[in-house]
Ligand binder design. Structure first.
Ligand code: TEU
Length: 544
């Protein structure tokens, strides 16, 4: 096991800095706040932190709009404080993985300021400019992911720039070799500060062919990643995880095949199950346990022999997993344990999103004024124009919106959930007095204890890291059954993904007798014949 890379053995934890912990009372999370909570993460047993962007930024998209790639956002702290975070985390065996947001910069970046002031500036070509069509129309009808046209006109250069996200996020021109060299330099600069790797934002978009209208997984994406690998990553012991909403089982091998430029990919087929073809996340679709399970099985099977999975149900763009796939009412704790057991025992590197370890939930937005996220506001008019009704849109926001993940971390029952002494930038979920870290950690049957047990099992049993994956009872509508095998050892996992009791006949390939590693309900020492699982029951037994 020790010859496996550290990032296969570790459990990850994502921090959304704005909402994690405020140390200075300005209502916004910060780096010293993170340092003050490192012991919580060390106790949880995580091996690395994926830090959502902490770079200088006007924060129009909470840092996914970077105005200086070599500076820390002033509300979050200083470079010295960042270096201290790296050192303090390292002392606890935790690496810091930076978010690399290089499909676009902020429009406040000095490059863009120069680019938009003169066509003669060398930086002008760092961005994507085109002429408009007659009648003052943008170059194409392409719509931005955050609503409205994907092009904005700048009079000083008499041209339109491309922004696949908001107008404050102009796309960088990856066709320009000088721009690429700037990015490679910047990455080396962070690596030299001692970081453990990169999570790469919308990385499939860096290969776009704008004139061909080919944006997702454009023709140059893998060449560019190969160049990045040769220039920056090769020979360094880093975790790399690309994010792509377009990557499929057909294309994933180009990113992470043997050998591929990256180590793993965040893929979203299981998330998109809950999306409508036309209205996307804003007309939610039901996701049945069978749909979820089938999608996971397909990816696990595909990556079984070549590749490595990045395992997640939540992140800062997604709803809280217990609200989306579990039960955030009476069965909140049980269903959150079931989901966690399933995810952490699959083959790949598991990621915990902040607050997931205590089962934080979605909140209810009564109207648009309860929503902070620019995506929701930016998409509203377009969705209404396309025929969606307001009530359904709000259902979509309440089930799938990005704000649910961004409410302040619920540390304790004191004012503002112990997140800040000041006025929090976002209202905490009103359920914090009963649902918070202090309370959950005091409960030996709480979620934190369950997650800690899972990270410890991963450290104790190489099988969980390196064992193969085999699904069983694939058509069972409610129970996810799989085995993980390595040599003579076998881990058998059964998870009831519903709030009803379930019956099944244990297949021969699953273990008879075994050592109980996880038993969320009665302790079981064997799985044989006809078995009845309690609502949300999860069992993992080890044989050999
Ligand atoms: O997200 C990629 C992305 O495309 C999302 O915006 C996603 O499509 C959307 O949430 C679904 O409705 C990444 C970051 O994770 C996100 O926070 C950023 O806003 C985005 O890129 C732009 O950098």
């Amino acid at each position: 096991l020790s010859d496996l890379p550290w990032w296969k053995r570790a459990t990850g934890y994502q921090i959304y800095p704005r909402s994690f912990m405020d140390s200075d009372g300005d209502g916004v999370g910060d780096i010293p706040g993170i340092v003050s909570r490192l012991d919580h993460l060390a106790d949880l047993g995580v091996g690395f932190i994926w830090l959502s962007p902490v770079y200088a930024s006007p924060q129009r998209d909470n840092g996914y709009d970077i105005s200086d790639y070599r500076a820390i956002h002033s509300e979050y702290g200083t470079l010295d404080e960042f270096d201290r975070l790296v050192a303090e985390a390292r002392d606890r065996g935790i690496g810091i993985v930076m978010d690399l947001v290089v499909n676009h910069s902020s429009s406040d970046h000095a490059w863009f300021q120069a680019a938009a002031a003169s066509r003669d500036a060398p930086e002008h070509d760092y961005y994507v400019w085109r002429q408009g069509r007659p009648g003052g129309l943008p170059p194409t009808d392409r719509q931005a992911i955050f609503g409205g046209p994907a092009w904005t006109y700048v009079g000083a250069v008499d041209a339109w720039y491309l922004h696949l996200f908001s107008p404050g996020q102009p796309d960088l021109n990856w066709d320009n070799p000088a721009l690429r060299a700037e990015i490679w330099d910047m990455m080396r600069w962070w690596i030299d500060r001692g970081i453990a790797g990169f999570r790469m934002d919308v990385i499939d978009l860096i290969g776009k062919d704008v004139d061909a209208g080919h944006f997702d997984e454009g023709p140059h994406v893998w060449d560019r990643l190969d160049e990045m690998h040769a220039q920056v990553l090769a020979g360094r012991d880093l975790l790399t995880v690309g994010e792509s909403w377009a990557v499929s089982r057909e294309t994933v091998g180009n990113y992470i095949g043997k050998p591929g430029p990256l180590a793993m990919m965040f893929h979203f087929d299981h998330v998109k199950l809950g999306w409508d073809d036309t209205f996307h996340k804003f007309r939610p679709r039901e996701v049945t346990p069978l749909m979820l399970k089938r999608e996971i099985i397909a990816w696990q099977t595909h990556l079984r022999d070549d590749g490595w999975d990045a395992l997640f149900l939540s992140n800062h763009d997604l709803p809280r997993q217990v609200s989306r796939y579990g039960d955030d009412g009476a069965d909140r704790v049980a269903s959150a344990k079931a989901l966690a057991t399933m995810l952490h025992l699959l083959r790949g590197t598991p990621f915990i999103y902040q607050g997931e370890e205590i089962g934080m939930t979605n909140f209810h937005a009564a109207s648009l004024s309860d929503v902070a996220d620019l995506e929701v506001h930016g998409q509203y008019d377009g969705m209404m124009a396309a025929g969606l009704d307001h009530a359904t849109f709000m259902d979509g926001v309440n089930l799938n919106g990005r704000d649910h993940a961004r409410t302040p971390m619920q540390w304790d029952a004191s004012a503002s959930a112990g997140f800040t002494d000041g006025v929090p930038w976002m209202t905490p979920n009103p359920n914090y007095p009963g649902l918070n870290v202090a309370r959950d950690r005091a409960d030996p049957d709480g979620l934190f204890a369950h997650y800690r047990a899972l990270t410890q099992l991963r450290r104790a049993h190489p099988l969980i890291v390196e064992g193969g994956f085999q699904a069983h009872l694939e058509d069972h509508p409610a129970v996810f059954a799989f085995t993980r095998g390595h040599r003579e050892k076998r881990l058998s996992v059964l998870v009831n993904l519903t709030g009803q009791p379930q019956s099944l006949t244990v297949p021969d390939a699953m273990c008879g007798a075994g050592k109980p590693l996880v038993c969320t309900h009665d302790t079981r020492h064997g799985l044989q014949g006809d078995v009845r699982l309690a609502p949300w029951e999860a069992v993992a037994l080890l044989r050999g």
